[in-house]
Every structure is written in structure tokens, then in C-alpha cells.
Ligand binder design. Structure first.
Ligand code: UDP
Ligand code: MG
Length: 312
């Protein structure tokens, strides 16, 4: 008989010890029998018992493997580590809080069997997602699409299946603050999107604080586009034109009237305005410069402190 195809399931966990057992049993309930599995739990520098819980699962089940980081490197890097070390014919990544329903896995696999090499999922907005999350996430996609060169569907999640080919292509990426959604879109291959309803978080709280979401959005935009830099040129040109017209006006007042002292308010306002604008544009340039600086160090995306998987 043929060897069954191997599926890797990659799950980043950051302070998730509370819900992890529940997640695991819910997950295995929905895995189709005809495949063999490798479940990789990535401990992203948790401060609670997550690692012990993972090791506990590992000692009881030979399909469970673990990668543990030396500190918190973030969700995207945890996913990257999973893709780097997995050995399956395809890999599925999902959250450990059951917001990505394991019931969808058979459908992901079906699409893969039908020839799709990357099966992306898209979250349908509904009641279990907070209004705040809905609004910020919609705003994020709108802004990213407007400002960057990669088009993302509204609500695409880090819940997806990638064929071995895509995983191999992904391994070549080592950019800092990797933004997987956009990178996978950029890679191409045969893609399809399926929709799902997100469940409630089973335990614990969301690890994406507002600060993390903001930095995620900023790196998503700047990693994929130099449009914000160009934007500063356009804005600069417009402001320069206004300044020119205003300069002519000021000259006319000076040359042909005796009211030259007037206009203190307008001068003050334009100085403040231009000053603010300068700072904004410097900030944009600084953001890219900082990126270059970090990138130039070529640091690894993450540091593994222990794992039972063979490292490269
Ligand atoms: N996560 C992680 N490192 C982090 C933050 C989050 O590995 O620094 C994991 C977390 O354990 C979960 C997934 O990423 O499995 C999604 O995080 P969360 O559910 O907190 O985000 P939300 O669903 O609220 O966007
Ligand atoms: Mg969640």
C-alpha cells in the first residue's frame, strides 16, 4: 500500500497553556484519517506553562512536536519557524485558540487534493468578533491595499494550507518582520480562498495588543511598498506650489502696498504647518531607513532554544 501523504500542522502558542489541551483534542477530532500527521506546536517565549503543556502532549502523542523560542519573537516568526522545520507534503498553520475552526481542515485538504497549492482562508465578520477588531481590521486592509503593491483580501487570516512547493519557496525569505499574508500572495502559485466563521477564543486573552496591531500594520505596509515615500514627494510638490503662490502674493503686498507687517497669523500658521509636514515626512523616511538598518544586520528571524525536530 502507498504511504499516506503527510500533513504538517503548525500552531504558534504564546501564553496559551489554559486552552491548549482543549485545542489539541478538538484538532485531532477533525483530522481526516487518510493522512499521516505531524503537529508542530511553537512556543513563542511564553511566560506561563505553555512549554510544559506542549511537552506533556509530546510525551503522550508521537505526532506532536515542539519548537521553543528563547524569547517572544512574535506570531509571524513562530509561523516561519514551523514552515522552516516541517516535513509534510503540505503544511497547515492555525491559531491555538480555536478561532480558526479545525472543522475547516478537511476542506483545506480537499482543495489541496484538487490541485491548489496555497489555500487561504478568509474570516467572515460576525458576532463573535468585537466591533473594535472588525473596524481596525477593515481599516488595515483598506490602507494596506491602497498603499502597497500587493492586494490582500479583506479578512485573510493566518489560517492556510501551503503545498510543499510553496513552503520551500517561503524558506528563502529571511526578511525582518516578515509579513506572511503578503509574502504568500506575492509568491503566487495556484491559490484559492475559502471562507469561515471565526469562533470565540476558548481561553485566555488576545495577544495582539493595540500596540502590536499598529506595528503589524506599519510593517505590513512598509514591507511591501515604497508608495509612502513617493507620497512625500507628491505632497512636497503640492506644498511647494502653494508656497510659491503665497510667496508671489507676499511680494506683491510688499512692493505695492504699505501693509507688509500684516499677516503674522498666516506666517505663523504656515511655519507650523510646514514644520509638522517636515516631521511627518522625516518619520516616513526614518521608518524605511530603520528597516534597512535592521535588515542589513541579517539577523535570524528567531532563536530556537529547544526542539525535538531536526534543525537544518
Ligand atoms: N501568538 C504568538 N506570538 C505572539 C502573539 C500571538 O505566537 O507574540 C499566537 C497566539 O498564541 C495565537 C495566535 O498567535 O495562537 C493568534 O494570536 P491571538 O489569538 O492573540 O490574536 P487575535 O486572534 O486576537 O488576532
Ligand atoms: Mg485569536
Amino acid at each position: 500500500m502507498n504511504q499516506p501523504k503527510k500533513v504538517s500542522i503548525i500552531v504558534p502558542c504564546y501564553n496559551e497553556s489554559e486552552g491548549l489541551f482543549l485545542f489539541y483534542y478538538e484538532l485531532v477530532k477533525h483530522l481526516p484519517q487518510e493522512y499521516s500527521y505531524e503537529i508542530i506546536l511553537v512556543n513563542d517565549g511564553s511566560h506561563d506553562n505553555t512549554l510544559d503543556t506542549i511537552k506533556n502532549l509530546h510525551s503522550q502523542n508521537s505526532t506532536v512536536h515542539y519548537i521553543s523560542f528563547s524569547r517572544n519573537f512574535g506570531h509571524q516568526n513562530a509561523l516561519k519557524a514551523g514552515f522552516d522545520l516541517c516535513t509534510g507534503d503540505c503544511a497547515i498553520c492555525m491559531d491555538s485558540d480555536l478561532q480558526h475552526p479545525p472543522q475547516l481542515i478537511p476542506e483545506l485538504l480537499k482543495n489541496w487534493e484538487n490541485g491548489f497549492e496555497s489555500v487561504v482562508t478568509k474570516r467572515l465578520d460576525h458576532d463573535s468578533i468585537s466591533v473594535f477588531k472588525k473596524v481596525t481590521s477593515r481599516g488595515f486592509y483598506r490602507l494596506t491595499n491602497r498603499l502597497s503593491d500587493v492586494k490582500l483580501e479583506n479578512g485573510v487570516a493566518d489560517f492556510r494550507l501551503l503545498d510543499r512547493k510553496v513552503v520551500e519557496a517561503l524558506k528563502n525569505f529571511s526578511e525582518d518582520q516578515i509579513f506572511l499574508r503578503a509574502v504568500i500572495q506575492w509568491l503566487g502559485f495556484k491559490q484559492t480562498i475559502i471562507e469561515y466563521k471565526a469562533g470565540e477564543r476558548v481561553a485566555g486573552v488576545s495577544k495582539y495588543t493595540i500596540k502590536k496591531m499598529f506595528s503589524f500594520a506599519l510593517s505590513g505596509i512598509t514591507a511591501f511598498s515604497v508608495k509612502p515615500l513617493r507620497f512625500s514627494i507628491y505632497l512636497g510638490v503640492v506644498i511647494a506650489m502653494i508656497a510659491f503662490v503665497y510667496g508671489v502674493y507676499a511680494l506683491v503686498i510688499f512692493a505695492f502696498t504699505d501693509q507688509a507687517i500684516e499677516g503674522w497669523t498666516s506666517i505663523l500658521m504656515s511655519v507650523l504647518f510646514i514644520g509638522g509636514l517636515n516631521l511627518l515626512m522625516l518619520g516616513i523616511i526614518g521608518e524605511y531607513l530603520g528597516k534597512l538598518f535592521i535588515e542589513n544586520k541579517k539577523r535570524p528571524n528567531y532563536i530556537v532554544s529547544e526542539t525535538d525536530l531536526p534543525t537544518r
